[in-house]
Design a protein around this ligand. Structure first.
Ligand SMILES: NC(=O)CC[C@H](N)C(=O)O
Length: 229
């Protein structure tokens, strides 16, 4: 399996996700600069976390117009899997590859902590190593993580099983108290309708080694390698 990690000016999780991918794939991913309008054929494109273009204007809005995104959109249209983590999720919504928007956290503060997530479906390229309903711990680190979509859009996501993860408490219950940022219906991550694009606010790559405080994120990368090799 081959993967590409897109690097924007201000990305800061590109190396972390490259390490997690290399460990799972047995080879390093290709690092692609935001100015590149083309890159080699890969089986997976990752948009990493960070503060692309300094989060000026609106998070993800400038990155959505970077050269490289034209090519990412073209490949996503052909069915190449795309994973957007945190800032990458913001770029995916700003690019129109995923519905809804990420708004300022309800607290108006940067949130940086471990969060419980309920896996809403294990039936996808990205979540095949998890059980539906399983509780996992990933890490959240964002100031614009409040996922918004209108009621009709939310219903559509639910009906088409496009919700990947919801914030939950220690017992796996999806409660308002477990929602760290005010996201609609505790939504932490969503798929496109084909489930080939996943955007999520919490960071699986920051829970991919015991030294980082947990390993729940590793299964996502290992599942992708299994599905795409
Ligand atoms: N870790 C991240 O990717 C953060 C994304 C973005 N800079 C925010 O704070 O919302």
């Amino acid at each position: 399996m081959k993967a590409a990690v897109v690097v924007f000016p201000g990305s800061n999780c590109d190396r972390d996700v490259a390490v997690a991918l290399e460990r799972a794939m047995g080879r390093p991913p290709v690092m692609v600069w935001h100015k590149d309008s083309d890159f080699e054929d890969v089986d997976l494109v990752v948009l990493p976390g960070g503060f692309s273009y300094g989060d000026y204007l609106r998070v993800g809005a400038i990155s959505a117009h970077a050269n490289v995104m034209r090519e990412v959109k073209r490949r996503a249209g052909k069915g190449v899997p795309v994973l957007g983590i945190c800032n990458g999720f913001q770029v995916l919504t700003e690019s129109g590859l995923l519905p809804g928007a990420l708004m300022r956290n309800k607290s108006l503060r940067f949130v940086c902590k471990d969060v419980g997530l309920k896996v809403e479906t294990g039936q996808s390229l990205f979540t095949s190593r998890y059980e539906t309903g399983q509780r996992v711990t990933f890490m959240a680190a964002h100031h614009d993580g409040s996922y918004f979509i209108d009621d009709a859009g939310r219903r559509q996501l639910e009906d088409r099983e496009q919700i990947a993860f919801r914030y939950c408490d220690e017992r796996g219950q999806v409660t308002p108290e477990a929602n760290p940022n005010g996201s609609v219906a505790n939504i932490a991550g969503i798929f496109n309708s084909e489930k080939t694009v996943l955007g999520m606010m919490p960071h699986p790559e920051r829970m991919a080694d015991p030294v980082l405080g947990g390993e729940d994120g590793r299964a996502m990368f290992e599942g992708l390698v299994e599905a795409l090799s």
